[in-house]
Design a protein around this ligand. Sequence first.
Ligand SMILES: Cc1cc2nc3c(=O)[nH]c(=O)nc-3n(C[C@H](O)[C@H](O)[C@H](O)COP(=O)(O)OP(=O)(O)OC[C@H]3O[C@@H](n4cnc5c(N)ncnc54)[C@H](O)[C@@H]3O)c2cc1C
Length: 188
Amino acid sequence: MLSTQYQELYNNLIGTIDSKRMFHDPLHTLAYGTDASFYRLIPKLVIKVKDESEVALILKECSKLNIPVTFRAAGTSLSGQAISDSVLVIAGNHWTKYKIDENGLKIKMQPGLTGAKANSLLASYGRKIGPDPASINAAMIGGIAANNASGMCCGTSENSYKTVDSLRIILADGSVLDTSSDESKAQF
Ligand SMILES: Cc1cc2nc3c(=O)[nH]c(=O)nc-3n(C[C@H](O)[C@H](O)[C@H](O)COP(=O)(O)OP(=O)(O)OC[C@H]3O[C@@H](n4cnc5c(N)ncnc54)[C@H](O)[C@@H]3O)c2cc1C
């Protein structure tokens, strides 16, 4: 049973987001209440998002209602940064589009691609992504970038922050900033 504030959020989202991808029952919220850390926070609402417009809507509605939002990719974080006692938004398995540019020098990825998959795509160009967390087979680009993941080989010189060229960001009011686009930057 959702509290009034979260019920209002749910009602505002249900017209756009399929209820099959929004969970607030005890079993699902318990299951999503843990990541690879030893903390537990039970979310009120778990939403598996399918595209940017859904993320924009969630952020806008949560912002209006003053409800905190946490994102999760693969949930391998060790310090509790992929759990929430509020709204947990999952941009994982279905966010796997990518585009390789400049003969493998750059790869544009959605947040649900695992680091290992990115490396397998770049292998034929003789390249790999900078960050090499030991969790690379499970960790996804959204989490790798947001955590500034690094690893035994990349150290601090080729970690996520040092090797990200541009980002497509959805802001709290639902607007989108694509730092690779001059037009988007001008609009911002
Ligand atoms: C066995 C093991 C070994 C590890 N080894 C390393 C290592 O060598 N180096 C290292 O740096 N880390 C390591 N980690 C920690 C962790 O795996 C990495 O930091 C990894 O990059 C997290 O990726 P993830 O997909 O699991 O992200 P998650 O844990 O799901 O999320 C990480 C952060 O990113 C945010 N986030 C996720 N997706 C998005 C999005 N789309 N938009 C905005 N924010 C988003 C989350 O809110 C959270 O704050 C290890 C963990 C384990 C369990």
